[in-house]
Design a protein around this ligand. Structure first.
Ligand code: NAG
Ligand code: NAG
Length: 305
């Protein structure tokens, strides 16, 4: 018997909110622009109170010993987040030292390396870690715009000295799609059930994964990836992605944080149906036209930098 596929795609003509329904459970966008770790993925060495760092707890954790670390999972199912990390250092001594490393996949969790976000190398050691300023100051630490990660799920907090350090209040301020207070406020929905497939909601899940990915690719134009990358290691997400203000639709949240018109053939339509955002695509087209060679009419293959 042929599979019966029921497909429904709805775009409100007045850009009102999409009706709520069973499809909302597949919406990956976080309910708040400030998110906290969902769980402790791994502890290595001596970390006392690691569980206090996850969502809903407000206690403290103490890392003791050079090389001790805790891996926090920010993921909701398999989704990533992007933005500026904050944490409070409650107690540190003059030679305490902390670093942060980041990865999308648990396969690349490493206390000395992050997954590549600035450029791709076979040795995967382009980004390294972010070392917190030394001496480690007590109080609230927040990543700068340049230090933010565009897409990650796992953050590893590492003690790089034998002096204990006590931390709390780990959170992430999401920077993508800055024009939306409620990232889940979609104007369109997608629901396509295939009762004969082992997962009847498979297509709907794929749609919502794509919808959220496009949201993470919608950036403040001053938060593009710097090229060339910091040497010998590092990343910097404070470049200007074009001569526009507002938001731009870029190729990727983590690595290719610039306008690539080839991707817009899909991402623009996805974004229109999901959040009715036309502004970011309009701005990205303006960025591309700003690259036009006045003599030949040729456009660059991507926007700056
Ligand atoms: C906890 O972190 C938030 C940022 O998410 C900050 O506004 C707040 O001041 C911090 N609290 C303390 C006690 O440091
Ligand atoms: C951009 O970010 C990098 C990395 O964090 C930093 O070194 C640099 O000073 C920043 N540049 C500006 C102009 O803020």
């Amino acid at each position: 018997m042929a599979a019966v596929i029921f497909l429904s795609l709805f775009i409100s003509t007045v850009w009102g909110l999409a009706p709520s329904g069973p499809w909302d459970q597949f919406n990956f966008a976080p309910a708040s622009r400030v998110v906290t770790p969902q769980s402790v993925f791994q502890v290595v060495g001596s970390v006392d109170g690691a569980q206090e760092l996850v969502s809903g707890q407000d206690g403290q954790a103490t890392l003791s010993g050079d090389g001790s670390y805790v891996v926090l999972d920010f993921g909701k199912e398999a989704s990533t987040v992007g933005g500026r990390v904050s944490l409070t250092v409650n107690q540190a001594s003059s030679d305490s030292a902390l670093s942060l490393s980041f990865t999308e996949s648990s396969q690349f969790i490493n206390p000395k390396l992050s997954d590549d976000s600035c450029f791709s190398t076979p040795t995967l050691d382009g980004d390294g870690v972010q070392s917190l300023p030394s001496p480690l100051a007590e109080g609230l630490f927040t990543q700068t715009v340049g230090e933010q990660r565009g897409g990650f799920r796992f953050m590893t907090i590492v003690s790089n000295s034998d002096s204990p350090v006590t931390i709390s209040n780990v959170s992430l301020g999401i920077t993508f799609m800055p024009q939306l207070d409620d990232l889940r406020a979609y104007t369109g929905y997608f629901s396509a059930q295939d009762p004969d497939f082992h997962d009847p909601d498979f297509l709907t899940k794929i749609w919502y994964a794509g919808a959220y990915t496009v949201q993470t690719n919608t950036l403040d134009p001053h938060q593009a990836r710097q090229q060339p990358c910091p040497q010998p290691q590092g990343w910097a997400n404070n470049a200007t992605g074009g001569p526009v203000e507002g938001t731009i639709l870029v190729d990727g949240a983590k690595r290719d944080r610039n306008v690539w018109p080839g991707d817009m053939g899909i991402s623009t339509f996805t974004e229109v149906v999901t959040t009715a955002d036309l502004e970011s695509s309009k701005n990205s087209l303006l960025v591309m036209y700003s690259t036009q060679d006045p003599a030949t009419g040729a456009l660059q293959y991507s926007g700056p930098p």
